[in-house]
Design a protein around this ligand. Structure first.
Ligand code: AMP
Length: 185
């Protein structure tokens, strides 16, 4: 049973790796960013609530994200395992995830921290076609990562399940590094 938290700055390759791992390990890929983008496309109540945060590269309020993840983790497919991508992104979210997992009597296997230098991230993000991949919004998302998200690493560093992965390589190489970390856990 594999339950992974993919962590790292915007552009580190979390989404790409999570998608590949989801196929390889046959477990659902839970991307909070993807859920928000679908809600925005569907113009649902959630979508309308979160749109401006995504457009501006700001974090959606913790309570909204935590409720959404709680609902997602209540679905039956997660009994096979899961890959979280883009959550938790703040220390209160990490604490809430611990509480949620305790409630459903689950635990995560590993936190995979994809490490990529900032100059490389900007290049990668500018090469994508997402609406929030403009220069200004990218700078804001990197700032949010530094200020609000990177402290989550200290939260997980207290345990022994945080693994750093060098993410500055092609998709297959990074995937092989992750598979090695999972096999060696
Ligand atoms: P991502 O696809 O993971 O890069 O997320 C895109 C955007 O969705 C972020 O810039 C935030 O506005 C929002 N978002 C995704 N996940 C979270 C989260 N865990 N907490 C707060 N906001 C989030």
């Amino acid at each position: 049973m594999v339950r992974l938290i993919l962590f790292g700055p915007p552009g580190a390759g979390k989404g790409t790796q999570a998608e590949a791992l989801s196929k390889q390990l046959q477990v659902p890929h839970i991307s909070t960013g993807d859920i928000f983008r679908s809600a925005i496309a569907a113009q649902s109540e959630l979508g309308l609530k979160v749109q401006s945060y995504l457009d501006e590269g700001k974090l959606v309020p913790d309570s909204v994200v935590i409720d959404m993840v709680q609902e997602r983790l209540a679905q039956s497919d997660i009994s096979a395992g899961w890959i979280l991508d883009g959550f938790p992104r703040t220390v209160p979210q990490a604490q809430a995830l611990d509480d949620l997992l305790a409630q459903i009597k689950q635990d995560y296997s590993l936190v995979l921290n994809l490490q990529v230098a900032e100059s490389f991230l900007v290049q990668r993000l500018l090469g994508r076609q997402r609406k929030d991949d403009t220069e200004d919004v990218i700078q804001e998302r990197l700032r949010v990562y530094r200020d609000d998200t990177s402290p989550v690493l200290e939260f997980y560093n207290l345990g022994t399940r945080l693994v750093n992965i060098d993410g500055a390589a092609d998709v297959e190489t990074v995937n092989a590094r992750i598979q090695e970390a999972i096999a060696g856990r």
